[in-house]
Design a protein around this ligand. Sequence first.
Ligand code: NAD
Ligand code: TDX
Length: 329
Amino acid sequence: MKIIVTGGAGFIGSNFVHYVYRERPDWHITVLDALTYAGNRANLEGLDPSRVTFIEGNITDAELVDKLVAEHDAVVHYAAESHNDNSLKNPRPFLDTNIIGTYTILEAVRKHGKRLHHISTDEVYGDLELDDPNRFTENTPYNPSSPYSSTKAGSDLLVRAWVRSFGVQATISNCSNNYGPYQHVEKFIPRQVTEILEGRRPKLYGTGENVRDWIHTEDHSSAVLTILEKGAIGETYLIGADGEKDNKSVVELILTEMGKGADEYDHVNDRPGHDMRYAIDSTKLRTELGWMPKFTDFEAGLKSTIDWYTANESWWKPQKAETEAKYAK
Ligand code: NAD
Ligand code: TDX
């Protein structure tokens, strides 16, 4: 197999590249990544260049995408503008990359008859009340809240339409909140860990009662590989590991693990339109394709993630000041 991984220099894409590199030694991986502020070549260090090719390029570049798709068997499409807070400040790049970029890839896989797996998010379903007994399933209606999640929803709908109208060989997955190594310090867990490492207090939006359904990025990778190899064309699979936690509890766990008092954090202004709760029912993926998450001990996974950021200051330091300057503004 020769696969293209778009966004393979970002957080989840690079973890997937490492995963496939280990699990499928006879595959060749081409990473197509524009190296935006979120992309980092260091995420792919140590990989044999005869097995992993890096191409710096934009997924909206139709000529480049067409040429690469013609030379490969499948595309796993992670590239996106991924941060809700950025989308509230400046939505335009989200439209360009998430909508036009996905359209560009769809046109190329359609022309060359190649397999596509499209990576998406549970945020397309909007949010749940804290006491809602239901969780998101593949049949939950789309109801996105932010510019980010609405562009991801739009990209999913394009994929569905290209499957139905043009017979494109695509699958879609919608995953819950990922954590693990190589996550940009703008995101919740790495932001709080690096704030503490720099001697400042974590910052909780609003009351902190909002719930996210955490999954280790390694489990996301194994789920995506399972769908790529065994998924039924045209189907959507939800990926989740039963990891619901409210933000306040996560901050308290981080503080305790890092030797601080559990209450040594600040409440800051809430995110406009802040989704209250995400929760995934991944029964379809588990029963139809036999996938199971392995890293379901959240406290152990959080501890190893804290250890990774503690040991890899040179990785996150260059992004940190710029990220906090953005937040301060
Ligand atoms: P990220 O922001 O860490 O990485 C995105 C990568 O895409 C970067 O390497 C960036 O350089 C690249 N990129 C951005 N625009 C590009 C363009 N126009 N052309 C080529 N490359 C471009 O994002 P992430 O958190 O790793 O998310 C990856 C994917 O997973 C996204 O599609 C996101 O919607 C989805 N997802 C994320 C989560 C999560 O918890 N982070 C959960 C579910 C789904
Ligand atoms: O400083 C913070 N304080 C805080 O309380 C930050 C950065 C976030 N938060 C809250 C907001 C959310 O309730 O923490 C929660 C998680 O925030 P993010 O890390 O920004 O993630 P979220 O908005 O939930 O979206 C993430 O999961 C779904 C990814 O960024 C998306 O790409 C993915 O689709």
